[in-house]
Design a protein around this ligand. Structure first.
Ligand code: NDP
Length: 262
């Protein structure tokens, strides 16, 4: 059985190491997970051909998540509400779409979002999944900030949130700030390190070897922190369970991705 991740580019993805470690741990020796670099114009035709090539399913990443939902024959309510899919499963001639980014985020949060305030930074694909998840978890007040403000307004209207950079109980960085130049984090985001203290949960979707500047500052100030790698593992575990019907060995998956330096 074959699995994979479709993206453009996809060379940086840690999903193959993570899933192949999980498949080995489960003793699924006939299964293999691989990178599938696909430019947008080849995405749909290639995905439709995958079942015949022995694929059980694929993860989908930038820039194909919306197209993945559109080509699917059926989709979960979560994928439909987010407007994007990161997991496709091929079943009896049917393409099924799900979005495990939302589940992965909530599983990793380790604190209840119920009745809390939340500030989401960013208005791209991962922000949509996080906003949907926080709403599902019963967050009391949701604030959205984005560099391009019009996108924050559009999301706020869609998800009944407010456009604001006021700090909150739960702060989630869904921008790519910190990925390339960690030193710029507190210049580019409307946060100061001293706002991130005890009683606050700080989540960074971005992951870096040794932790991001944002998470390291939050941790030093006594905040609860959730690393982007945890979310990567949790979304991957949910996808793997969908394809194999087995409980994902999340510790083996965590170790496989933690070993890779960026
Ligand atoms: P998108 O491209 O959809 O969105 C990018 C977001 O980052 C936009 O809101 C954009 O703002 C903002 N942004 C980019 N550069 C800057 C900057 N210099 N200053 C302020 N804001 C900026 O990406 P995704 O939402 O898919 O991913 C965001 C990050 O999350 C990526 O780094 C990705 O690697 C990570 N990620 C991690 C996952 C995990 O499992 N841990 C899963 C998915 C993503 P604007 O609208 O103004 O351009």
């Amino acid at each position: 059985m074959r699995l994979g991740v479709c993206g453009w580019p996809v060379a940086h993805s840690r999903s193959p190491q993570m899933h192949n470690a999980a498949l080995a741990q489960l003793g699924l020796t006939q299964w293999r997970y691989q990178r599938l670099p696909l430019p947008p114009h080849l995405f749909e035709a290639t995905v439709r051909a995958l079942p015949q090539a022995g694929f059980r399913g694929v993860n989908v990443t930038i820039p194909h998540k919306e197209a993945a939902l559109q080509l699917a024959d059926e989709a979960t309510e979560t994928a439909k509400a987010i407007g994007a899919a990161n997991t496709l499963t091929f079943e009896n001639g049917v393409i099924h779409a799900d979005n495990t980014d939302a589940t992965g985020f909530l599983t990793s949060l380790k604190t209840s979002a119920y009745d809390k305030t939340a500030l989401v930074l960013g208005a791209g694909g991962s922000a949509r999944a996080v906003i949907y998840a926080l709403k599902q978890a019963g967050v009391d007040e949701l604030r959205i900030w984005n560099r391009t403000e019009a996108k924050a307004h559009a999301l706020a209207e869609e998800f009944n949130a407010t456009v604001s950079d006021e700090t909150a109980d739960i702060i989630v960085n869904c921008t790519s700030v910190g990925l390339h130049d960690p030193g710029d984090t507190f210049k580019e985001l409307p946060l100061s390190a001293d706002e991130l203290g005890a009683g606050c949960t700080v989540v960074d979707m971005v992951y870096r070897h040794g932790g991001t500047l944002l998470l390291n500052a939050a941790k030093a100030n006594g905040a609860e922190v959730v690393d982007g790698l945890e979310i990567l593992v949790a979304q991957g575990a949910a996808s793997l369970e969908r394809w194999t019907g087995r409980t994902a060995p999340d510790q083996a998956m965590r170790e496989a991705v933690a070993d890779i330096a960026t």
